[in-house]
Design a protein around this ligand. Sequence first.
Ligand code: DGL
Length: 285
Amino acid sequence: MSEGDHLRQYRLSGAPVLSSDAMVPPVGFFDSGVGGLSVARAFRSYAPLEPILYFADTAWFPYGGRPAAEIRKRAFAALHALIARGAKLVVVACNTASAAALSDLRAAFPVPIVGMVPGVKPAAAHTRSGVVLVLATPNTLDGELFRRVREEYGSGVHVRAVAGHGLAELVEEGRVGTREARVALERLLGPHVATGADVVVLGCTHYHFLMSDIRAIFPELTVVDTSDAVARRALAVLREEGLVAPDGAGPATFELIASGPRARFETVARSLVPELFAAHAETTA
Ligand code: DGL
């Protein structure tokens, strides 16, 4: 499929569900689905004046098992779409896309790009047992980015890579907090916790929404989630680059676009991050 086809698909089905005529250029976020909303929500809490434009590549969800070259293509299509709509900075709010494409995207696009990196460094600092888990998609675990981070920060500890088969799908379908989600987590993490792991790194933005389930099943396990740190990093880059929204800007908008069918996606998104939708409702009331 050519780049044009990707963009055509985006234009056909990607009309905004929420929009405004904001004069301030937005900060773009991109993920295969709802996962990156965790980073967008954290960013909104630090930067309430910044408009947010969120691209969910739902027609291609899940990225997890796709070849890296295909994910790279989708990442380029997403960046094109966000920049064409005026994004002044893009957060690749997806570990899988960051693993497949972050350095290529930075080389190809003129805007600053912030990506996800598995939090092996804070995990190594927190562990008492010396055994940490990195829960991520198979692509993230196979990628060069994880290999480098593991080498750089994980040398003093035992890092176990755990592929979160099926977890992103549970979140995308709105099944957080269900028995099914807890059974899946128990199956994936239970054997590792039983053999000494005391920290789990959430290496996929979808897994942020499973945090309460993980804490309920494994109260002793420390959960490392980098969505907050990435949100703060995005704000720091905006400041460094002189791109922050001016004082008095606003009200900040939240605009959601999707490459695939949106009804179900939007329902799940609203249930996961009601704050982002509520903020917009206030501004349009
Ligand atoms: N949210 C994405 C990530 O952070 C992946 C989910 C998927 O498999 O599409 O890795």
